[in-house]
Design a binder for this molecule. Sequence first.
Ligand code: NAD
Length: 327
Amino acid sequence: MDKQSAMKKAQELHELLNTYNYEYNVLDNPSVPDSEYDRLMMELIKLEEAFPELKTSDSPTQRVGGSVLESFQKVVHKTPMLSLGNAFNEVDLQDFDRRVRQAVGDDVQYVVELKIDGLAVSLRYENGLFVQGATRGDGTTGEDITENLKTIRSIPLRLKKELSFEVRGEAFMPRKSFEKLNELRLQLEEEPFANPRNAAAGSIRQLDPKIAAKRNLDIFVYSIADLGGTGVDKHSEALDLLEELGFKTNKERKKCENIDEVLKLIEGIQEKRATLPYDIDGIVIKVDMLSQQEELGFTAKSPRWAIAYKFPAEEVMTKLIDIELSV
Ligand code: NAD
């Protein structure tokens, strides 16, 4: 492809991806399956690799999430809330492992977690009390959704220790709550939500916490943003600490000694996917040692010490098509 055509293609992809981002992140109402968005994003990444001058700071490849709704108070995140790099097959995962070992050596353990299909939130505690909750927003600034998060019963309002820190997790709508909500919406002749992820996002960004309270949301917490003072030196220890403190963590996590062990786990998780009471859209693989995470650092958009393996597209497509047929 010559430079002129590449520029034209990049422009087209910017426009499409920006539209889809807006629909997904701001309106909570996507018009295309995630797999289509991921495919276009990959096309743009490849184009920018071939023509680096196309990698402008406003490119969708450089941005996290969406914009912040004006109707909410803004929260500036002390630690940015980033996205995750994507892997779609074994080769991508082997590449990730190679990059990690090149940077920190061969003695690397991974933690494999389910990638919960919900909405990233941040929970700030001061002296053990829950004081503020926020959406990810554009990664730097999010929306203050404290009152809505207080309606999620699995979020402890007071911790078992008087710690001051920020915890990150995924708020989600369990499948049963989603089905009930859509049944109700159809009865009321309201438009049903496309999937539990969009229902969760739409519910948590309600200005009236009473509406959020009726939506039966839940949360799995998956990290501590600023570990200072907690004394842990592994991600797996941070998860254990969160559990001890009264948070709900996902029990399906596993420690792996190498990438081959990770690869062996994937098939089993994919088989289990349909039986889970909540939606997942992949798995997340994280380097366990925090000192190694620090050494690896971050790109503008995501940590170099973690990657999201996304499940193949067909199942996601079916989900959207099913919904369309049932409406
Ligand atoms: P992402 O969803 O690929 O990964 C990052 C997110 O994973 C984190 O922010 C966190 O919220 C979540 N997560 C879930 N479980 C986790 C765990 N155990 N540990 C850590 N994080 C965990 O990236 P993104 O930037 O949030 O969203 C981009 C994705 O959203 C795209 O890849 C696409 O699939 C979808 N999207 C779809 C459309 C559409 O129109 N259909 C538009 C925009 C984005």
